[in-house]
Design a protein around this ligand. Structure first.
Ligand SMILES: Cc1cc2nc3c(=O)[nH]c(=O)nc-3n(C[C@H](O)[C@H](O)[C@H](O)COP(=O)(O)OP(=O)(O)OC[C@H]3O[C@@H](n4cnc5c(N)ncnc54)[C@H](O)[C@@H]3O)c2cc1C
Length: 407
């Protein structure tokens, strides 16, 4: 029974990756056959224009392809899409012609994979406290070295290149941004990687990078104003939102099938009002997610960033998928909590999406900025005059603050 509601549905699918998904999850790594299937399908090239080695597909085709791959295997989807879409967009946006010719093309051909290294052991959401630095190596070529630790990074254990966020140690007279993206070759001395075992998306390589004064060429350090980076992150939110929609769709398809097949008290589960209500709720929620996704895709196609909209989509779709997969487990009874069962995998995968690429609560803060309640980020928290609250947006400052000296 086809319960699929992806409004962009075209012919793309990944039969081999789908068939191998249980084994990819159990083994905890992506088999080489999956990469071959992805490269052969042209998936990696969809997100970029022909002059960068891409195919220049439209937004609808891109979303359909993302959804198809995420339905096939969410861990494989994350790994491939972080490299080709998220890192690819950062390289194409902030890199120069040299980066487009060499680095970007190698990501789109599948010759190399990349990771986007932002989070650190001490900070995920609170970007202002990241400690990784880039400083001049003192040599005649004007190169740099990067030092710090990035943790919980998709593709870190296997990637060839890291697009790493770091603070720049500025020299006298340098008034450029304090932050930069560094394109770091990870096959160099000074790079130590480790893997981190994880609850869902188990095929996806995930872990940390310890960078101990790793050389980075002068042209591979690109100063970027901090505020600009949220634009790049929006690709990540879109990526995760589509993963969530796909996981929810897969869980619902399995639930409908099971409800037809499983007979209890002399009738199929599908004939029971309580089960029907759960299925209907899931269908409505997934469709609502698609309405947001469609709006976001249209905005993107029209050349607008749609940052707040995609932030809302990320929060809604990821939390919705947790609910839908939870219902799927419930409908499957004890089969649903049996290791290796399809819906058990979807349930674990769904929770990963809520946290990856900015946890929901942090994103909600950004959404409230759109309501005029910003800025969400404050430098210090002062218990007496909380800086994050500041003035009432309408200028009605209703807070009576005791002077510091009286407390
Ligand atoms: C599947 C997955 C893939 C990932 N891949 C990458 C990657 O490729 N690259 C990368 O750099 N990182 C990656 N990460 C890490 C991810 O970016 C961080 O986990 C995420 O930003 C949250 O940071 P944290 O885990 O340190 O949680 P914290 O920042 O410690 O947050 C803990 C909780 O507090 C809440 N919180 C924090 N600040 C606020 C606030 N201001 N207001 C309200 N609530 C708040 C959060 O929402 C969260 O619920 C990945 C994570 C996952 C799960």
């Amino acid at each position: 029974m086809n319960t699929e509601r992806n409004p962009y549905r075209t012919a793309l699918n990944f039969p081999g990756i789908t068939a191998r998904a249980p084994q990819t999850d159990t083994n905890g790594h992506i088999p080489p056959e999956n990469w071959r299937e992805i490269v052969d399908s042209g998936y990696l090239r969809l997100f970029h224009p022909p002059e960068h080695g891409g195919t220049g597909a439209g937004a609808a085709t891109q979303i359909d392809a993302m959804h198809a791959l995420a339905r096939a295997c969410s861990g494989t989807y994350w790994s491939a899409t972080v490299s080709a879409l998220l890192c690819g967009k950062l390289v194409s946006t902030y890199g120069d012609l040299r980066h487009h010719d060499k680095l970007l093309r190698s990501l789109l051909s599948g010759e190399k994979t990349a990771c986007f290294a932002i989070a650190e052991p001490t900070a995920g959401s609170d970007a202002g406290t990241y400690r990784t630095t880039v400083r001049p190596d003192g040599g005649p070529s004007g190169g740099f070295v990067i030092r710090g630790e990035k943790s919980r990074i998709t593709n870190a254990p296997t990637a060839d290149v890291a697009v790493a966020l770091a603070r720049r140690e500025r020299q006298n007279g340098d008034t450029g941004p304090e932050w930069c993206l560094a394109f770091v070759d990870l096959h160099q001395p000074g790079v130590h990687r480790y893997e981190t075992a994880h609850m869902g998306l188990r095929g996806m390589p995930w872990g940390g990078l310890v960078l101990s004064d790793v050389p980075v060429a002068r042209e591979d350090v690109v100063p970027v104003p901090f505020g600009e980076l949220a634009k790049g992150m929006t690709w990540g939110w879109l990526l995760v939102s589509v993963a969530a929609l796909a996981t929810a769709e897969s869980a619902l398809t399995a639930s409908v099938r099971h409800a037809h097949e499983r007979v209890s008290f002399g009738r199929p589960l599908a004939h029971m009002e309580g089960v029907q209500a759960q299925l209907a709720e899931s269908r409505a929620q997934i469709d609502a997610g698609w309405v947001l996704a469609r709006r976001a895709a249209d905005e993107r196609a029209a050349g607008r960033s749609a940052q707040h909209l995609i932030g809302m989509l990320k929060v809604y779709a990821t939390e919705m998928a947790v609910q839908v997969t939870g219902r799927a487990v419930q409908i499957h009874g004890a089969f649903g909590v049996t290791s290796g069962h399809e819906v058990e995998r979807h349930y674990r995968d769904a929770q990963m999406n809520v946290i990856g690429a900015f946890a929901s609560n942090r994103l909600r803060e950004q959404i409230t900025e759109g309501l005029g309640l910003g800025p969400a980020v404050h430098d210090t928290f002062d218990w007496l005059t909380p800086a994050g609250l500041r003035q009432h947006p309408a200028g009605l400052d209703g807070f009576s603050r005791p002077p510091a000296a009286t407390v």
